[in-house]
Design a binder for this molecule. Sequence first.
Ligand SMILES: C[S@@+](CC[C@H](N)C(=O)[O-])C[C@H]1O[C@@H](n2cnc3c(N)ncnc32)[C@H](O)[C@@H]1O
Length: 258
Amino acid sequence: MRFDIISIFPEYFTPLSASLLGKARDRGLLSFGVHDLRDWAYDRHRTVDDTPYGGGPGMVMRPEPWGQALDDVLTPQARLVVPTPSGRPFTQKVAGELADASHLVFACGRYEGIDSRVMAHYSSVVEVDELSIGDYVLAGGEVAVLVMIEAISRLVPGVLGNAESVSDDSFAPGRMERLVEGPVYTKPPAWRGLEVPAVLTSGHHGRIARWRRDEALRRTAERRPDLLAGLDRADLDKHDRRLLESLDLAEHPDPVAD
Ligand SMILES: C[S@@+](CC[C@H](N)C(=O)[O-])C[C@H]1O[C@@H](n2cnc3c(N)ncnc32)[C@H](O)[C@@H]1O
């Protein structure tokens, strides 16, 4: 899978050669191109921004350098991803959709963002996704793009080893889609007076799976009750329903109630 990133701060992307992503790149599963938008600026000062039409504080990124850069970097099969707080929420599901693409191009905004005509123009050329990583405002798109690339890359077949299955993760499509994972433990069995739950050392796979499911339901109810409200009844077994009925879901609609 190929990732191209256009930014005025290409140095933000050195972590792409570290850890999991770096290994996947060395194995030929992922490739990265990082481009400096100013290479496509058209004046002596390599300007990429200007004052906003309509007035107001801040600057807006001009469309011409973006047009030149995207004309050079996009391919017919590429999807263009533009991080913005006003975008569709970037979720595990969206990461999964993007992991199916063969080429993703990321356009990192700065200042008050990119002139809207850029997204309007390229929407008739390739698929354009304007995506937000959360309800807060960053100084630029670079960190958001690193977040997205890491989440997408670990879903590309072969990037994770067998030992790191993604199907049990929080938000994984299927039975975990509206749940967060419960607590995890490793050795030693007792630490500072705190013991690992006995079921995990029982060797009983069925009971361990049930305990993990219960803990995921319990933790989601406690920390993310908003997710439970959207749980699909078809994904709940009898035991799940009983557990949910026993929890205090006062603030959010109970997914098992009729
Ligand atoms: C200072 S922000 C611009 C915020 C814009 N004025 C607004 O209120 O929506 C500059 C850039 O940071 C990036 N950015 C900031 N917050 C983001 C978020 N939550 N998700 C994705 N990108 C974000 C975008 O690329 C954006 O163009």
